[in-house]
Write a protein that binds this ligand. Structure first.
Ligand code: SOE
Length: 379
């Protein structure tokens, strides 16, 4: 391929997601043949020492401590937002106004109203945009999409998803601050609904179409925690657990559960889809496998089969090793960058765009409203 075009990245936030995204920018051109090559131009974080250390470790050329300065820089093409949820809207809207492309970590926003402003900003500016719902790009999940689109399951009756963790069970765990902002409602917007169920909802809408109405319940098991920023014991405003049922517009029924109080589970994201002819099951702890049952099989050998999604004809897998050798979590981010760069070359949007992610935000808002009102809520 001829010489590559540079795409200068300015990344805001150097936490867990800053690492996954940086790793993806570093790897993508080694494995995918693309017209564009990301350049790690600048890392931005409020802590200068930490930002410098991150720049040195990952190879960023420069450091900023104020995202507003980053957004105004002429040598930056794309802003990548890896900061807590309460900063997404302000940074994204300013970046769009400055004509930058935007790659924003999930969820889109704190709530629907904010998300709508973000969609308006990127669409008015006409800038490329995407939200990092990375699990769509697990090859086994992309395979599920292919099988559903080929109508192999027939009419779909049920969609079931769980995202279970156990890291907040201790009442001694504080809320707020760099590592624990997900427990602070003012930084996160919500608890498991926006953090974990948002993943499940994004995948569900992608695989099974839109959700029309929801009935939800939430619980906050630990009502007060010490706040790292104020040093005081403060009310906990997030949902620790959320369960909801819903209807999809294709007539199927949905059941979703997420909690950070499922002792023994660290990141157990699973879904199962039951159709008229076939069913599919997937489990993040075994992410390279897709379980498939097809009732049309010869009855003597009919049963659940576990497809090891590694052959070169599987989604994305021709870019990696050889059949039988699997890839993991970090590769989902590489795939998202690859798709984004490919979209830039072709002039096509990369899913989920801000507008597509707004749909997930709309469902999250409906879920939280339903839990509060104890009523069914239309999406
Ligand atoms: C929370 O623990 C978390 O890191 C989420 O924020 C991520 O989106 C999810 O993929 C894994 O869990």
């Amino acid at each position: 391929m001829s010489e590559k075009k540079n795409l200068n990245i300015g990344l805001v936030g150097y936490g867990f997601m800053g690492r996954t995204h940086s790793n993806a920018y570093c790897k993508v051109n080694n494995f995918f043949d693309l017209e564009y090559r990301p350049q790690l131009k600048a890392i931005c974080g409020r802590g200068e020492e930490n930002a410098k250390a991150f720049a040195a470790q990952w190879g960023y050329e420069s450091v900023e401590t104020d995202w507003k300065a980053l957004v105004e820089r002429d040598d930056i093409d794309a802003i990548d937002i890896c900061t807590p949820n309460n900063t997404h809207a302000e940074i994204a809207i300013a970046a769009a106004k400055a004509g930058k492309m935007i790659l924003c970590e999930k969820p889109l926003s704190m709530n629907l109203a904010e998300g709508e402003e973000m969609v308006k900003a990127v669409e008015e500016a006409g800038v490329a945009n995407t939200i990092w719902y990375n699990y769509r790009r697990v090859p086994a999940v992309s395979l599920a999409k292919k099988l559903i689109d080929e109508k192999r399951l027939g009419k779909i009756f049920h969609y079931r998803a769980n995202f279970l963790q156990d890291w907040t069970i201790s009442s001694n765990l504080p809320q707020g601050g760099a590592a624990l902002w997900r427990l602070d409602v003012n930084a996160a917007g919500s608890g498991v609904t926006g953090d974990l169920l948002a993943h499940c909802i994004d995948t569900a809408i992608w695989l099974n179409g839109s959700i029309t109405d929801v009935s939800a319940m939430t619980e906050t098991f630990i009502k007060e925690r010490m706040h790292n920023l104020t040093g005081k014991v403060e009310k906990v405003g997030i949902d620790d657990a959320c369960t909801f049922m819903c209807h999809f517009s294709n007539g199927s029924l949905g059941l979703f559960e997420s909690t950070r109080y499922a002792r023994g589970h660290k990141a157990l994201y699973t879904f199962e889809i039951n159709g008229e002819h076939a069913s599919i099951k997937w489990d993040l702890h075994d992410l390279h496998r897709l379980e498939y049952f097809d009732h049309r099989d010869d009855s003597l050998v009919r049963g659940w089969r576990s497809v090891h999604v590694t052959d070169g004809d599987m989604p994305y897998m021709d870019k990696w090793w050889v059949p039988g050798l699997q890839i993991g979590y970090e590769h989902t981010f590489v795939h998202q960058v690859a798709d984004f760069l490919d979209g830039l070359a072709k002039g096509t949007p990369t899913s989920p765009t801000f507008r597509e992610a707004l749909e997930t935000q709309r469902v999250c808002d409906a879920v939280l409203n339903s839990a509060q009102s104890k009523q069914w809520v239309n999406v």
